[in-house]
Design a protein around this ligand. Structure first.
Ligand SMILES: Cc1cc2nc3c(=O)[nH]c(=O)nc-3n(C[C@H](O)[C@H](O)[C@H](O)COP(=O)(O)OP(=O)(O)OC[C@H]3O[C@@H](n4cnc5c(N)ncnc54)[C@H](O)[C@@H]3O)c2cc1C
Length: 476
């Protein structure tokens, strides 16, 4: 039960706490707000503390803003090749401020939606910065002064922020992170992207597609190094195909600013100048200033809160979820971890499993994956069988005019169980749920190929790649 209003009516002396509830969630991103809603659905009284805007990184400066801009860039790309489809359009150009305004409108609308869902769940939202002062007690710094919360359980969901190295001289003007890139007022003439991971590649494709001269630099031997080698190789080639310079295996020593641009000094002595240098070298958990040390909550050397599979920290009734635990920094992982934490608080035993987490990357073309990739399977000593199918042979892809890419399925050669699926191509991110179910349920290739795929669809490529595992693909 919530005592908030009742407590406010009482005198401060009589009541030590402004608000009492079963569950207090610190952070209103996709981890925190989903945890709050699930806890409320399970009958808990809940409050959520957010210091900035509901929706967190994902909604305000991550998933949704990037995908809104990807949609704008893709619309422009399609408009330029409408002639191929027998449609004539002249003088196609980009109105970037309008694209940004559209993005902001989508974000505002979704943010209002989160607020509505929390209200419907009777979740008390407190605008302020939370700090744990004792087990079950949070002090919140609000614009109207401090408030104190007493909660039987606490879920820490404070997320992450861009990682910036001092040598790179981040100041948000010429040297920026994704936070600033998503609020550009104009398309930069040139952009140097430091880091060819997911965020770096997505933003490289967005701004190159809108007219920037883009260079991607990474210390690793390839972009998207965590993906299947065939997929990262494909995206590296695709970056180049879209006019983006890619320099891998290269280290940046320092970045200096002057004359309205920034210059990066490489370890080879080469200098690269650009109007904007985008740092996308990783993210850091927001675990400082939360009172973790005082309470003895364990963090690792990267500052990520240590949790077990029930999302419990080492201190009873204190849970942590999402980017701040750093297991896999994705919105849907944060949300699922939030659900697991809320279930456990309500007495429903629930554990997190990370072996069938889908990944979606909004490059050109899109990438999606689940389970083991070829290198990982081989490192584990698994004897694998592989099936591949190119979108070039898909009738639907041909009709759509998007034939770049392939589906690759990895199976255990002995048991026939599907271990992983890797898609690079049109609609990849919307095709990944079917292989995710397959990996999650340890489906065999035979069972997968017994499933009928509608024609003509991009999903047929999944069925064909599975058939190819047994050397039985029909259309190649
Ligand atoms: C450019 C970009 C693109 C991305 N694209 C995707 C994508 O396509 N798909 C995907 O799955 N993931 C994507 N991500 C990752 C995704 O945004 C994060 O994994 C996700 O937001 C993590 O959710 P979270 O709830 O753990 O943390 P966050 O979303 O970071 O939310 C944490 C919240 O806690 C608040 N907070 C912090 N400290 C306190 C405090 N002391 N008191 C009160 N409030 C506090 C913050 O203000 C914030 O609102 C992207 C990220 C970026 C940067």
């Amino acid at each position: 039960m919530c005592y908030a209003e009742q407590n406010r009516d009482n005198s401060e002396k009589e009541c030590a706490f402004v608000f009492e509830c079963d569950v207090a969630v610190v952070g209103g991103g996709p981890g925190g707000y989903v945890a709050a809603i699930r806890a409320s659905q399970l009958g808990q009284s809940v409050c959520l503390i957010e210091k900035d805007r509901l929706g967190g990184t994902c909604l305000n400066r991550g998933c949704i803003p990037t995908k809104s801009l990807v949609a704008g860039m893709e619309a422009f790309a399609l408009a330029k090749r409408l002639g191929e489809f027998g449609v004539e359009a002249k003088d196609v150009s980009v109105d970037f401020p309008k694209m940004i305004a559209r993005k902001n409108k989508i974000v505002s609308r979704l943010r209002a939606g989160v607020g509505f869902l929390l209200k419907r769940g009777k979740i008390k939202v407190i605008a302020g910065t939370g700090r744990l002062v004792a087990p079950g007690r949070i002090s919140v710094h609000t614009s109207e002064g401090p408030e104190e919360i007493k909660a039987d359980n606490i879920i820490i969901a404070t997320g992450s922020r861009p990682l910036v190295f001092p040598a790179f001289g981040y100041h948000g003007d010429n040297v920026i992170t994704s936070d600033e890139a998503l609020d550009f007022q104009e398309v930069p003439e040139s952009l140097l992207v430091v880091g060819g991971g997911v965020i770096g590649c997505e933003l490289a494709f967005i701004f190159a597609g809108l007219g920037s001269k883009v260079t991607v630099v990474d210390v690793m031997p390839t972009v998207l190094p965590m993906e299947d080698p065939d997929v990262s190789g494909f995206i590296q080639a695709s970056l180049k195909k879209h006019g983006i310079d890619v320099m891998c295996g290269v280290k940046i020593e320092s970045i200096t600013c002057g004359d309205g641009e920034a210059t990066a000094l490489l370890d080879s002595g080469q200098k690269l100048a650009a109007k904007k240098v985008l740092l996308s070298v990783g993210r850091r958990a927001n675990s400082e200033g939360l009172g973790l040390e005082e309470l003895g909550i364990e963090v690792n050397r990267r500052g990520e809160i240590m949790v077990n599979e029930r999302m419990e920290t080492n201190i009873q009734n204190i849970y942590a979820i999402g980017d701040v635990v750093g297991n896999i920094m994705l919105a849907h992982v944060a949300s699922h971890e939030g659900t697991v934490a809320a279930n456990n608080i309500a007495g429903h035993r629930s554990c997190m499993a990370y072996d069938a987490v889908p990944g979606a990357i909004f490059t050109r073309p899109e990438v999606a994956s689940v389970g083991l990739n070829e290198s990982q399977a081989k490192e584990q000593g698994i004897h694998v069988k592989i099936g591949k199918f190119p979108f070039m042979a898909s009738g639907k892809a041909l009709a759509m005019g998007q034939t770049d890419g392939f589906v690759k399925i990895i199976a255990d050669a002995d048991s026939d169980v599907i271990l992983g699926a890797h898609i690079v191509g049109p609609g990849a991110t919307d095709l990944i749920p079917e292989p995710t179910v397959a990996v999650r349920t340890e489906m065999t290739v035979r069972e997968f190929t017994d499933t009928i795929h509608a024609h003509p669809t991009l999903a047929e490529a999944l069925g064909e790649a599975a058939l190819a595992v047994h050397g039985k693909a029909i259309h190649v």
